[in-house]
Design a protein around this ligand. Structure first.
Ligand code: HSE
Length: 306
């Protein structure tokens, strides 16, 4: 057993347009950094900055403990989570903490833990945070690049690593509001019209083809969603304006990141102008926002283990 492990795990864009609960894209920035210490008497998880989450209600606790218990390890631990990924913003905050926690625990246990087991354990964090154990964010945060869930039980995933993806910029706009994933999942209808389902099958299969062909304009073109986005849009004030502003400024495609409220655009240039346009559009809808520009990135990494 190791006594100290430090890892990092990236923010992610789940759904990536048409792939609800299926597609995920890891972002180069921001990342959570997780420090796990095992030589302690009591299990405590602290976050920096302090989000005042009780240890046993932290997604990271669910992820790390479910993995440890499965391996019959019940040792107390201390975890410090330096939150680079803002909670409740739609860019996979609970997933980054959960993946980081599970990976750190796996390294500390000195056991050979496979990716599907790490994804399964991390999904316990998602369940604690949002009520459902969706695995699109955690898969992308663990593996990096563009990921596709092909089966949830058993966990099976496919991925295109970041160095095989085309180069494009991602502009993310985070409005100053919190939207609970639980809430934006609750408004999704249980059944969908067949023609809308067909539309999304066309878009999602074309999206995978465009990723593999490294065809950035087509990635932008297929970044649409007929199934979920129409219901979630009303939860994000000014969404249509933000989308139009980004497209007018030269974006190739725009969508909601995960469960929102973050909105993202992809581009092959002019990212600063797009960010300015998105910010101004949120402002005209009554919300200040933070924007940043990033690109597809690598997955979770071990920084130190001793
Ligand atoms: N696929 C999930 C959703 C991601 O859209 O609800 C939540 O972060």
């Amino acid at each position: 057993m190791k006594s100290f492990v430090k890892v990092s795990a990236p923010a992610t864009i789940a759904n990536f347009g048409p792939g609800f609960d299926t597609f995920g894209l890891a972002l180069e920035e921001p990342r959570d950094v997780i420090e796990l210490s095992m030589d302690v008497y009591e299990t405590v998880i602290e976050t920096v900055p302090d989000y005042s989450i009780p240890t046993k209600k932290n997604a990271a606790f669910a992820a790390a403990s479910s993995l440890a218990w499965k391996h019959r390890i019940n040792t107390p631990f201390h975890m410090k989570i330096i939150k680079g990924v803002r909670p409740g913003s739609g860019i996979g905050s609970s997933a980054a903490s959960s993946v980081g926690a599970a990976l750190a625990m796996a390294v500390a246990m000195d056991n050979d833990v496979k990716d599907d087991e790490l994804i399964q354990a991390s999904s316990m964090g998602e369940k604690m945070a949002s009520g459902t154990a969706h695995i699109d964010n955690v898969t992308a945060s663990l593996l990096g690049g563009f990921t596709m869930v092909t089966s949830r039980s058993p966990v099976e995933v496919l991925s295109i690593p970041p160095d095989e993806l085309p180069s494009f910029k991602i502009v993310v706009a985070l409005p100053d509001m919190v939207l609970e994933t639980r809430r934006s999942r609750a408004i999704i209808p249980k059944t969908v019209p067949i023609e809308k389902a067909v539309e999304n099958i066309m878009l999602s299969s074309s999206m995978v083809y465009a990723m593999m062909k490294r065809d950035v304009p087509s990635i932008g073109k297929y970044l649409r969603d007929e199934l979920i986005l129409p219901y979630r849009k009303p939860l994000i004030p000014g969404y249509d304006r933000v989308q139009k502003a980004a497209m007018d400024a030269g974006a190739l495609g725009v969508s909601i990141s995960g469960a929102g409220p973050a909105v993202f655009a992809i581009s092959d240039g002019g990212a600063k102008e797009i960010a300015k346009g998105m910010e101004a559009a949120f402002k005209s809808a009554g919300f200040s926002s933070q924007t940043f520009v990033t690109k597809p990135g690598r997955g979770a990494e071990v920084i130190e283990a001793r």
